[in-house]
Design a protein around this ligand. Structure first.
Ligand SMILES: Nc1ncnc2c1ncn2[C@@H]1O[C@H](COP(=O)(O)OP(=O)(O)OP(=O)(O)O)[C@@H](O)[C@H]1O
Length: 231
């Protein structure tokens, strides 16, 4: 279980609080108005932002002070963060070893990750030689190769067209079926939450609330969320 105990994260004059838990293996959408703190929550969990108070625990271990690379999380960013001068395989390999000195086992893991996202045989290309959707897959492969128990997606597929986005969401879902990893996914599209996240965390008014049932929430949203969803 992932626990946020009395967590407080401060960015300038903005403060986000979280006091809640997420079950291991849960698939949770993170939704809320722009600027409400969704990325702040994920960045603090990934270790890119320090806590101003409280603690984050994973299976009873306090991970609040652990370096990002040592946390049980892998994060996929909206811009994919692929390095244009490296090959696709090297970009994925960075998920295993920042110095890219991969042994044969690690190279096989990279190949397996590329295969799992439908990019088998494309490892020697540079990102510029891939389509937008294929670049998204490559970035996802770099997350998968790390085999972390929690996957954090921060509006990962916002730039893709509807069909490609649905395909990527279903790919994430299939990967989670295989790995059992826990998912936290920021999205502005409630349809994304309905598609692959049975639970949703609402971030609003300075708080990240405990996960609730996605369908129940979206079918009858509280007033603050209703305004944001435009319903
Ligand atoms: N580096 C920073 N310094 C000061 N304030 C910041 C910084 N980064 C973010 N903030 C503020 O923190 C708040 C939360 O930002 P955050 O990016 O987490 O929101 P979000 O819900 O992810 O928004 P969006 O949906 O627009 O991406 C915002 O009010 C923002 O202005």
């Amino acid at each position: 279980m992932l626990r946020f105990d009395d967590v407080r994260i401060v960015q300038g004059d903005f403060t986000l609080r979280a006091d809640m838990a997420v079950d291991a293996g849960a698939r949770v959408a993170v939704i809320g108005p722009s600027g409400s703190g969704k990325s702040t929550l994920l960045n603090a969990l990934a270790g890119f932002l320090p806590l101003a108070g409280g603690r984050i625990g994973w299976h009873g271990t306090d991970i609040s002070l652990a370096a990002p690379a040592l946390r049980p999380v892998a994060m996929l960013f909206q811009d994919n963060n692929l390095f244009p001068h490296l090959t696709v395989a090297q970009n994925v390999g960075l998920g295993l070893r920042p110095d890219l000195r991969l042994n044969s086992t690690e190279r096989a893991q990279v190949d397996a990750a590329l295969e799992s996202v439908g990019l088998a045989g494309m490892g020697a290309r540079r990102p510029g030689q891939l389509s937008g959707g294929q670049q998204g897959r490559a970035a996802l492969a770099r997350v998968l190769v790390q085999k972390k128990p929690m996957i954090l997606l921060d509006e990962p597929f916002a730039a893709l067209g509807p069909a490609l986005k649905a395909e990527m969401l279903d790919l994430v879902s299939r990967v989670l079926d295989e790995t059992g990893a826990t998912l936290l996914m920021v999205s502005h599209d409630p349809g994304d939450a309905r598609r692959i996240c049975p639970q949703t965390i609402v971030v609003d008014a300075g708080r990240a609330e405990a996960p609730v049932d996605t369908i129940t929430l979206l079918d009858n949203p509280p007033p603050g969320l209703r305004a944001y969803l435009g319903g």
